[in-house]
Design a protein around this ligand. Structure first.
Ligand SMILES: [Fe+2]
Length: 305
């Protein structure tokens, strides 16, 4: 696995889903009866797909693999859709299921979308290093330009079992592990794509020991802190519910802001995340709130629900 492309949900009201996703910072690709496709400013043809259905639920994650891995995966016992009919333009024709039942749509030739025009990164005037001179900083509340899908965070029954599966099947590597008590009792794992000497996000899939198995959040990258904060103020004005933010994670380092969609699914805006390559060593940390964030509002008691 070399990248993450999209998340797919079932939603009971596609009008409401589209309105929320616009306010969150995405752009409509297509809307046909029963299916809504949304994109980010950079990246693939779609980053979020919603199918009309009676209840809101998470369906699958689209991931990018190379052609050899695609052919290999088609023969795995975990393959549940092989050479299947596409469900929407650009859909994968192969789906595999992880040990907890999470489904991954494997894309060997993902469709890229031409980048949408976005404002160039604004300079930041550090105390000791000024990069914005004779220029104003404009950061009014507005839907932020979401650039790409960055990761999903999933609740799993057995983190150690899942880490092994994701290593063996998708080639993911460990960036950081969190243990509770005994160092063998791994309760959280942050896994990234192995791009060799090239840099990858600290995690593309995060796993936390919890039941029942359910997605905790899907996370989307924006340009900078102003996009996170001004975008958050826009969502607040629109009446959406903030789950937690703005703050900075420790493991992964992102500046984060978590929001609820109209049905209570968690979506994260982030910026300034860590990137690692094969020179980075995996980290092992004892479980505590400190492993989750360095600064920000107090961790809500219901954050992990
Ligand atoms: Fe996250």
């Amino acid at each position: 696995m070399t990248d993450i492309a999209y998340v797919r949900y079932q939603q009971p009201d596609l009008d409401l889903a589209e309105r929320f996703l616009h306010d969150f910072g995405m752009t409509t690709v297509s809307r046909v009866p029963g299916t809504l496709r949304m994109r980010t400013a950079h990246g693939y043809a779609q980053a979020y797909v919603a199918h009309q259905g009676p209840v809101s639920c998470f369906l699958s994650t689209g991931i990018v693999v190379d052609a050899a891995q695609w052919r290999d995966a088609a023969s795995w016992p975990e393959a549940v859709r092989v050479d299947a009919e596409p469900r929407f333009p650009g859909d994968a024709t192969l789906t595999v299921r992880d040990p907890d039942g999470y489904e991954y749509d494997l894309l060997a030739t993902p469709e890229h979308a031409p980048p949408l025009p976005i404002a160039p990164p604004a300079g930041f005037n550090f105390g000791t290093y000024k990069t914005r001179c004779n220029a104003m900083r404009i950061a009014a509340p507005r839907p932020p330009a979401v650039l790409r899908l960055g990761h999903v965070a999933l609740k799993v029954a057995d983190v150690a079992r899942s880490v092994e599966w994701y290593r063996r099947r998708f080639g993911l590597v460990v960036s950081d592990l969190i243990h509770d008590g005994d160092e063998c009792n791994i309760v959280t794992a942050f896994l990234r794509c192995d791009l060799g000497g090239d840099f990858a996000d600290h995690h593309v899939i995060a796993l936390a020991q919890a039941s029942p198995a359910a997605i905790h959040h899907a996370s989307f990258e924006v340009q900078d802190l102003d996009e996170v904060a001004a975008g958050g103020q826009w969502l607040e004005r629109c009446g959406y519910e903030r789950l937690w933010g703005v703050g900075r994670h420790l493991l992964g380092g992102q500046i984060f802001d978590y929001w609820r969609d109209p049905w209570g699914n968690n979506l994260e805006h982030y910026t300034d995340g860590d990137v690692f390559n094969n020179e980075a060593q995996p980290g092992l940390h004892a479980q505590s709130a400190d492993t989750l964030y360095q600064w920000g509002p107090p961790l809500p008691a219901h954050f992990g629900d």
